[in-house]
Design a protein around this ligand. Structure first.
Ligand code: M6R
Length: 369
């Protein structure tokens, strides 16, 4: 069933163009307007929402963190992202104008289910973004928006992650369209950009030879750091999680702006650091700010592996390796920059001779609290 691939994880990484395309399929009408009738929620209830809380665990949590930037930007609705098990056992401010979006590939994660039940008790409107038709979480929620990534077998989540971001973007654009305002007009243009992503992911997947080579060289590495800013920050966290889970390497993701507040003390000669660059046309000079972070860590001996857009000359003087992805808009970039990090973890774990699909101590679906 692995279709000639060394692992299900490898196969699922390669399935991402289709997973994203299928998740977008049938969600717009002939004019390009978003249609999410399947959610079956009274549009007036959605118009009244004044806060969104995304609850999830693990990789699904990082997909929520990635989507938050775009959802707030497009909808102007305050959006929080919280680990489901933390949300459940504090005293969150939730009422009938709160939309609680749970994100779960399996739809069976107990921590996430308990968070959804709690949100419902508090009167929230609950929507499940899920990859498994008819699973417990979508059944317990007021509405479901399915990702169509197909079954994910490997314990380490890959195609579900990118499909979850795509589904969150659909929800964000739908809310923007429904509520009117500036971004309602832009929703169709953004949808067209989103529709091009599968093809760009395919391009990235076709250019991973060097990343695989780097991974094989690094199979003895003890620690890898990941830096990102803005939408690249959750990608750094997810890249680190992939490496911990399947390659058993100590890995940590940081917000690049946080470097000087502590983590820079970790930098010593030879320390490998992946940097997930913001798009060159990111707001507030973010790109230049991260270039100067790379400069700082390079000066302290870090080995810098930079994931950035094609044509980014500014990073070159400070990069030991440049890993390029096609140019897209700011919000689309995470869907591309995660790919090399997935490939890197998968290849490194394979090179170490580990069981990539069934890493030690982990289960595909965590059905206990
Ligand atoms: O099925 P879910 O999306 O609810 O699972 C959530 C996490 O357990 C899951 O993403 C986990 O972190 C993966 N092993 C990550 O690769």
């Amino acid at each position: 069933e692995k279709g000639g691939h060394a692992s299900f994880m490898e196969k699922e990484i390669l399935e991402q163009p289709k997973a994203i395309a299928d998740t977008l399929l049938g969600r717009t009408d002939e004019d390009g307007k978003l249609v999410l009738d399947e959610m079956n929620i009274d549009p007036d209830r959605l118009r009244a929402i004044d806060k969104i809380i995304i609850v999830a665990c693990g990789t699904a949590f990082y997909s929520g963190l990635s989507a938050k930037y775009a959802i707030e930007h497009w909808t102007r609705i305050q959006t929080e992202v919280e680990l489901a098990h933390e949300f459940r056992y504090r005293d969150p401010v939730v009422d009938d104008r709160t939309l609680v979006v749970s994100m779960s590939q399996s739809g069976e994660t107990m921590d996430t289910l308990m968070a959804v039940k709690h949100a419902k008790e508090l009167g929230a409107l609950t929507v499940s973004i899920c990859n498994t038709y008819g699973a417990t979480i979508p059944r317990e929620s007021d509405a479901a928006l399915y990702t169509h990534a197909g079954p994910e077998i490997a314990v380490a989540s890959t195609k579900a992650f990118t499909a979850q971001i795509a589904a969150c973007y659909l929800l964000g654009l739908y809310l923007a369209q429904l509520r009117g305002g500036t971004y309602a007009e832009d929703a169709q243009a953004v949808m067209r950009e989103l529709a091009e992503i599968p093809q760009h992911v395919d391009t990235v997947l076709g250019s991973m030879d060097r990343v695989r080579e780097i991974a094989r060289f690094m199979s003895d590495t003890r620690s890898v750091l990941f830096l990102g800013r803005h939408v690249g920050y959750p990608i750094a966290l997810e890249g680190a999680l992939k490496l911990k889970e399947i390659a058993y390497i100590h890995a940590e993701g940081f917000a690049a702006g946080e470097l000087k507040h502590g983590p820079i003390a970790l930098i010593e000669p030879g320390q490998p650091v992946f940097i997930v660059m913001p798009a060159q046309d990111s707001p507030y000079d973010l790109h230049a700010k991260v270039v100067s972070n790379i400069q700082e860590i390079r000066a302290r001996g870090a080995r810098t592996l930079v994931i950035t857009e094609r044509g980014d000359e500014a990073v070159r003087p400070f990069a030991d390796e440049v890993i390029e992805v096609p140019r897209t808009s700011v919000m689309m970039m995470p869907l591309l920059s995660i790919i090399p990090l997935q490939v890197f973890a998968c290849e490194l774990a394979t090179a170490k001779g580990l069981d990539v699909d069934q890493p030690r101590n982990l289960a595909k679906s965590v059905t206990v609290e």
